[in-house]
Design a binder for this molecule. Structure first.
Ligand code: CP3
Length: 370
């Protein structure tokens, strides 16, 4: 099936003859892109914008191409990954693409028996609850995720001057799925292990940090221009617990990529009290959800970090006048930060009208032009 749609694939979104570009020329164009420059706190011609979960169910072309193919299976087919990743770039003209994958892809590659169930999320067949269970989570090598490297290479060639963001789940968020066995509202079993069995906890999060590092290194070596570490559910923790039990593991991932020279974005939901710590973990950019205004966030995080965010994804359902007004507010508050990448405060909801996203991108570009 890969070949079928590869043949019908639309031209590269910017029409760049990218495969013939000299490697160095591509790198320098990407380094000069508004997205990478904003991540570094450098001047930009306009505020760059992309959306978490831009590749996915809000797009009819996504639903069509995914019909009959399981989520994990689609992440393992490079031509399909390439097509799905490109769809929102073509449609919305966002300033960055994000690799179509999922945070559980590397732990599936590490041997964990899991599935991504539509409408539910990742479900783990045998949750990790005891020391002996750790054996089910072996280290990975780049060969275990070679389909990701191949996808990235195909994408970099197609994207030309548009940067590609690689990503991974952070050790805490991955651990929460492995321990709970699936999504959770309370993180009861996760927290119980953290408090009651700190040695097992550290051993589990260390393994996850190693897997995550290998997974992100593989993406960087294949050519992504930035990485985002999703600690989506870290907001369940107090700052003290985050600093003691989680930050050291996330820091090992983020600091372990320092020499790669690509911007590192660190994001979580409900993290108002964790923002400073999440910056200290070794991020260049801190992703902020909609609860914390960006000018307030930059006051907490300090002047060394750019910000990403933070329009409430629900605002996209409130009509264009509200969307425009709230987007202007986000842009205004983002000016307080040394660099601002416009995004939503969390992922695009499946019911979102894609035309609103397209219009929002155009508006952000126009309203922030300088
Ligand atoms: O466009 C993008 O942002 C890239 C694709 C992407 C997906 N998952 C595709 C996906 C990214 C970046 C992720 C990361 C991810 N996966 C996170 C961190 C981001 C966040 O939302 O906080 C988390 C927590 C997961 C785990 C996960 N996978 C959940 C909670 C779900 C949704 C369950 C559902 O069906 O509502 C998934 C499945 C998933 N990952 C889908 C997509 C497009 C939907 C599956 C489908 O299309 O059938």
């Amino acid at each position: 099936m890969g070949e079928d749609y590869a043949a019908t694939r639309c031209p590269s979104p910017i029409g760049a003859p990218s495969v013939s570009w000299h490697d160095g020329a591509v790198t320098s164009v990407l380094n000069d892109s508004p997205f990478v420059r904003a991540c570094r706190g450098q001047d930009v011609p306009h505020t760059p914008v992309w959306f978490m979960r831009q590749a996915g169910r809000s797009l009819p072309e996504y639903r069509k191409i995914r019909a009959g193919v399981g989520m994990l299976e689609s992440c393992r087919r490079p031509e399909l990954v390439t097509e799905i990743t490109l769809q929102p770039v073509r449609r919305h003209h966002v300033d960055a693409a994000i690799l179509f994958s999922d945070i559980v892809v590397p732990i599936a590659a590490a041997g964990v028996d899991l599935d991504i169930v539509a409408g539910t999320g990742p479900v783990v067949a045998e949750p990790i609850r005891a020391e002996a269970d750790l054996e089910r989570l072996r280290p990975i090598t780049p060969a275990d995720v070679d389909f990701v490297a191949e996808s990235v290479k195909l994408l970099v060639a197609e994207l030309g001057a548009t940067p590609l963001i690689g990503f991974a789940g952070a050790p805490f968020t991955l651990a929460s799925y492995l321990i709970e066995g699936g999504p959770s509202r309370t993180y009861l079993k996760t927290k119980a292990m953290m408090y009651a069995a700190p040695k097992l906890w550290d051993a589990l999060l260390s393994r996850l940090a190693d897997i995550t590092l290998t997974f992100l290194r593989t993406q960087i070596d294949a050519g992504v221009s930035a990485v985002q570490l999703f600690d989506s559910w870290a907001g369940a923790l107090s700052e003290a617990d985050y600093r003691e039990h989680v930050l050291p593991h996330s820091a090992r991932v983020l600091r372990g990529l320092a020499d790669a020279g690509v911007p590192r974005i660190h994001f979580g939901v409900g993290t108002a009290v964790l923002l400073r710590a999440m910056g200290e973990a070794g991020a260049d950019v801190v992703g902020v959800d909609w609860r914390t205004p960006l000018d307030h966030a930059t006051g907490i995080i300090g002047p060394d970090h750019a910000l990403q965010g933070n329009l409430d994804p629900a605002i996209l359902f409130a009509g264009w006048d509200v969307v425009r007004c709230e987007a202007d507010r986000v842009l205004e508050q983002g000016r307080a930060a040394p660099g601002h990448v416009f995004n939503l405060g969390h992922g695009v909801m499946p019911e979102t009208d894609p035309d609103v996203l397209t219009r929002l991108v155009a508006h952000v570009h126009e309203a922030s032009a300088r």
